[in-house]
Write a protein that binds this ligand. Structure first.
Ligand SMILES: Nc1ncnc2c1ncn2[C@@H]1O[C@H](COP(=O)(O)OP(=O)(O)OP(=O)(O)O)[C@@H](O)[C@H]1O
Length: 274
């Protein structure tokens, strides 16, 4: 990948607000953060998978959480979505404590895990109806069609999940994750296993969810190009430690001499090793 591509990606982002700069403003109040965690850690026995993670994500951001395999990204998302109790530290998501108010957090978030699970012998509509009722939605039918229309997935409604392609399963997974109109959507490696066309379609969906529905996005990924095309802010996790946090625009400026996204990433990782 050449610098031309970097510039092209950057020009797409030039109008994007410098979110990190704003987030660091002293006038910032905690209420403008949809995610606010302090010294969050997770130990598996004596092994520290996530180590004193402190992080804020503003409403409306698309946050890209980067890291190599085993860095601790999924463990972090599992803590933020209340699936896993932290060993220490504290945090709020959508204003609710991730330990003390886990049920309230769950009502306010959507989550698309890396391998989303459905009832495969049921249709997409039946799966969504089940989740909509579980979420206590009063008029599930109209909500399901609204979401399917937004995702351009109406034609798949009455197909069995087992007959859907990976890309379409992901789309129904997103429908399930947003059926209850969450404030923040967590995505764990959402483009994993998709072909280039599927990757582009999913990227467009993520951008529209953010711009048209106002949903804050927290996305785990190791695909660097996806980050430049989607995210406003990036964090890099390395062996459970947050080693980098800044807006995408600042990152591109800071590393303007690097030839590729991979070089930027390696520069960030190496600078921590030194
Ligand atoms: N239940 C568990 N018990 C023990 N160790 C675990 C457990 N779950 C995860 N780990 C370890 O914690 C570390 C972080 O794992 P995690 O899945 O959070 O990383 P990741 O960044 O999401 O990686 P990947 O991109 O491969 O999914 C890894 O070393 C992993 O082996």
């Amino acid at each position: 990948m050449q610098t031309d591509l970097l510039s092209e990606n950057m020009s797409e982002k030039e109008e994007m607000k410098d979110i990190t700069k704003e987030a660091s403003s002293k006038e910032e109040t905690s209420s403008s953060f949809v995610l606010d965690i302090h010294d969050l850690s997770k130990m598996y026995g004596v092994f520290s998978a996530v180590n004193n993670l402190t992080l804020q994500v503003k409403k409306g951001e698309i946050f890209g959480f980067l890291g190599h395999n085993g860095a601790g990204k999924t463990t972090t998302i599992n803590m933020l979505t209340t699936l896993l109790e932290p060993s220490s530290g504290s945090g709020t998501v959508a204003g609710y404590d991730i330990v003390e108010e886990a049920l309230e957090v769950r009502r306010k978030i959507g989550y698309l895990p890396e391998n989303v699970r459905f009832y495969d012998s049921m249709t997409a509509y039946e799966n969504l109806d089940y989740f909509a009722r579980l979420s206590g939605i009063s008029k599930p039918d109209s909500r399901i069609w609204d979401v399917l229309d937004f995702l351009d997935a109406r034609t798949y409604a009455h197909k069995k999940i087992s007959t859907l392609s990976k890309g379409m399963r992901q789309r129904i997974g997103i429908a399930q994750a947003i059926i209850h109109e969450p404030e923040i959507l967590f995505l764990d490696e959402p483009t994993s296993g998709l072909d280039p066309f599927g990757v582009k379609q999913l990227r467009d969906v993520i951008l529209r969810l953010n711009s048209e529905k106002g949903i804050t996005i927290f996305m785990n990924t190791h695909l660097l190009q996806e980050v430049t095309k989607t995210c406003s802010t990036i964090g890099v996790l390395n062996h459970g430690n947050l080693i980098y946090l800044d807006s995408l625009s600042n990152t591109m400026k800071r590393f303007r001499d690097e030839k590729s996204l991979e070089d930027i990433y390696l520069n960030i990782e190496n600078s921590k090793e030194e």
